[in-house]
Write a protein that binds this ligand. Structure first.
Ligand code: PEP
Length: 247
């Protein structure tokens, strides 16, 4: 899977242009053997639905509320995301954890809400630079995973994105050995925590993935795809990452 996280970028016209450029590339440049998920800002979801779904890509939200509905000004429900055509929702992104004070307990409730609405969660975990320097990366990510995973939900319903916080938007990436070790750790832990086991689980890497480093990262054992921020704002760049799976 290669997932695009557009974050809070672009107006309606930019979103339309980007979605249509991706659809054109997909129609003319051959089919990469991966699922492609595009997560635009919430206000663009419905508008871009036909272009993206029509081209065989999936739509995802960037967050949802933990409750199904109610007095939660400014929030969006998982059910409304699904109603807008979403199949996926990103949850627990480090920008939500840091900028909105989201705890793993809250994220666990959001993953459960997504499941109730029939959405698949892309659950993000990742350590800070200080935590990695202190030799605590595996422990921190393990704790995030344990606390962010609700009891219900299988590997078909939940994808994990390992995103070292210090690699997001910085141009820096973790080294191959550290990525491989973390992905195996996540897979193992998921298998222990979930009665359905880790079979079929997809563990994505995120953090400054771009066309130039995609092949190196996506060939690491245990890496099942990428969550892409900055490079997903250019159709060509994003497509060249997806195209790794066509080679
Ligand atoms: C992200 O925010 O999920 C991300 C991976 O961003 P970037 O690719 O820009 O580092």
């Amino acid at each position: 899977m290669v997932a695009a996280n557009w974050k809070m970028n672009g107006l309606r016209r930019d979103g339309r242009d980007l979605a249509r450029a991706l659809a054109r590339l997909k129609g003319t440049a051959g089919e990469p053997a991966c699922d492609i998920v595009v997560c635009p800002p919430a206000a663009l979801l419905f508008e871009l639905r036909d272009d993206l779904l029509g081209a065989g890509m999936a739509l995802g939200g960037q967050d949802c509320h933990a409750e199904d509905k109610g007095a939660h000004t400014g929030d969006i429900s998982a059910e409304l995301l699904a109603d807008c055509g979403c199949e996926y929702v990103i949850l627990g992104h480090s920008e939500r954890r840091a900028n909105h004070g989201e705890t793993s307990a809250l994220i666990s409730a959001k993953v459960a809400a997504a499941r109730r609405a029939g959405l698949r969660a892309i659950l993000c975990v990742g350590e800070s630079e200080a935590e990695r320097d202190a030799g605590r990366a595996l422990a921190v990510v393990g704790e995030q995973l344990r606390e962010s995973l609700p009891e219900a939900g299988t590997s078909a319903e939940i994808t994990i994105a390992y995103e070292p916080v210090w690699a997001i938007g910085t141009g820096r990436t973790a080294n191959a050995a550290d990525i491989g070790e973390m992905h195996m750790h996540i897979r193992q832990l998921f298998g222990q925590l979930k009665t359905g086991g880790e079979s079929g689980l997809r563990v994505l890497y995120g953090g400054s993935v771009k066309a130039e480093n995609a092949s190196e990262i996506l060939t690491i054992a245990g890496v099942d795809g990428a969550l892409v921020g900055g490079a997903s704002l250019s159709a060509e760049s994003f497509w060249n990452i997806c195209a790794h799976y066509g080679r």
